[in-house]
Design a protein around this ligand. Structure first.
Ligand SMILES: Nc1ncnc2c1ncn2[C@@H]1O[C@H](COP(=O)(O)OP(=O)(O)O)[C@@H](O)[C@H]1O
Ligand SMILES: [Mg+2]
Length: 250
């Protein structure tokens, strides 16, 4: 697929004797939003971590932009891993903000320390990003002074500060109350409209239906189904997907 920004090809991953990813192939087209769904323990987080270079894998290959990660990590140069890590920003359920830094400090941290951007430029960019996620008035607040939804929006701004080509979101609304979920999901939809590519692990079926271009179901170590939300969510082809959806939809 020429336009794919991420191309995962026959990736296998085992922890000890347990096979978690059993030949996963998947792709994400630039500018699209892909929702990754599947049962707990099915390997969704592991797959995102492989794509972002945080996890080694045992077989297959993963291309992100122009960079290809090979199995076992040994052959991946530091430069390749660094490049992949930058292209694919990751956000987690528990925010992982630096508690001793303000919202703006969190957003400026990587540009200043990793990219060696001048502080004034990083500050200007940081303020613009906080404005993009609707937090211009919270720049000087510490994480403990922010709601969960605000913390997650700071985490989004912090990831965007590295100018990634894709954001990998791992259940980023799972820890939030319903109204805070909505503000984070609305922020993502706003970013989608600016052309950002998203690969999201989520249990928000309503969001997936509304905002995803593609839905992928990861179960039993494989992508068992993929397609537009109207197909996968409303007309699932496999019993496994039907069973999973009936559990999440309650
Ligand atoms: N570092 C690890 N070492 C051993 N087992 C792990 C490790 N990380 C995850 N696992 C196991 O791999 C399986 C898949 O985990 P995970 O990728 O977190 O699934 P999901 O995100 O779909 O819930 C789980 O059984 C989990 O316990
Ligand atoms: Mg997970």
């Amino acid at each position: 697929m020429p336009d794919a920004l991420i191309d995962v090809d026959a990736v296998r991953l085992s922890y000890g004797a347990r096979c978690i990813l059993d030949g996963v192939s998947a792709s994400v087209i630039a500018g699209q939003t892909v929702a990754l769904l599947g049962p707990s323990g099915g390997g969704k987080s592991s797959l995102l971590r492989c794509i972002n270079g945080l996890n080694h894998f045992d077989a297959g290959r993963i291309r992100v932009g122009e960079h290809t990660l090979l199995p076992n990590g040994a052959e991946n140069s530091r430069a390749t891993r660094g490049a992949v890590h930058r292209l694919a920003g990751m956000i987690f359920q528990d925010f992982q903000l630096f508690p001793h830094l303000t919202a703006l400090g969190n957003v400026m941290e990587a540009p200043v320390h990793v990219l060696k951007s001048p502080k004034a430029a990083a500050r200007e960019q940081g303020l613009a990003l906080l404005e993009r996620v609707g937090l211009a008035d919270r720049a000087d607040f510490y994480p403990r002074q922010l709601s969960g939804g605000q913390k997650q929006r700071v985490a989004i701004a912090r990831a965007l500060a590295m100018e990634p080509q894709v954001l990998l979101c791992d259940e980023i609304t799972s820890a939030l109350d319903p109204e805070l979920k909505i503000e984070v999901l609305e922020t993502l939809e706003h970013l989608q409209n600016t052309g950002l590519t998203l690969l999201m692990v989520t249990h928000e079926i309503g969001f997936a239906r509304r905002a995803a271009d593609q839905v992928m179901i990861l179960a039993d170590g494989k992508i068992i189904e993929r397609g537009p939300p109207s197909e996968v969510l409303d007309r699932p082809q496999t019993e496994r997907t039907k069973q999973f959806l009936s559990q999440v939809l309650g």
